[in-house]
Design a protein around this ligand. Structure first.
Ligand code: FES
Ligand code: FES
Length: 162
């Protein structure tokens, strides 16, 4: 920590290396939005309740409003800006989004599920997505779209392997 109370950290962000001087108490959400200009990640409740601010940290969904930036030191962070639009088109085209406030967080949790389809052997989709609240859609579009996106992803994977 320097005389101003700042610390230098390095992390991997959407596949690139980032080095930053930060206030240790700064939230990952604010670093992404205000310092790095990645406005796709949204703030909803700011209290870890809604999932709007979800990003992946070392491949696992976290609420970035609750993560002090120093905890991201040396980690791999993925945000909505890293997501392949084609990969999630089934989700986005299914009525899974209305006002869109929850959508970036939903997409990041969905990306996690799509990267780990084996989770579906032990958990239901609704359970896996329970950390992402949506006040508009009633969840049917989200769950249906995600199921279709997973199916399409698995089909592409088996075509690639075939
Ligand atoms: S804004 Fe982070 S969980 Fe709601
Ligand atoms: S689409 Fe509006 S909160 Fe989910």
């Amino acid at each position: 920590m320097d005389e101003c109370g700042l610390v230098t950290i390095e992390l991997t962000l959407n596949g690139g290396c980032v080095r930053l001087e930060v206030d240790p108490g700064e939230r990952l959400l604010d670093t992404l939005r205000d310092r790095l200009g990645l406005k796709g990640t949204k703030e909803g409740c700011g209290e870890g309740e809604c999932g709007a601010c979800t990003v992946l940290m070392d491949g696992v969904p976290v609420n970035s409003c609750l993560v002090p930036i120093v905890q991201a030191r040396g980690k791999r962070i993925e945000t909505i800006e890293s997501v392949d639009r084609a990969q999630l088109s089934a989700l986005l085209d299914s009525g899974a989004t209305q006002c869109g406030a929850c959508t970036p967080g939903v997409v990041m949790s969905a990306a996690w599920v799509m990267q780990h389809p084996e989770l579906l052997h032990t958990h239901g989709l609704r359970e896996l997505m329970a950390g992402n609240l949506c006040r508009c859609t009633g969840y049917d579009g989200i769950i249906g779209g995600l199921a279709a996106a997973i199916e399409a992803g698995l089909a592409r994977k088996s075509e690639g392997e075939g």
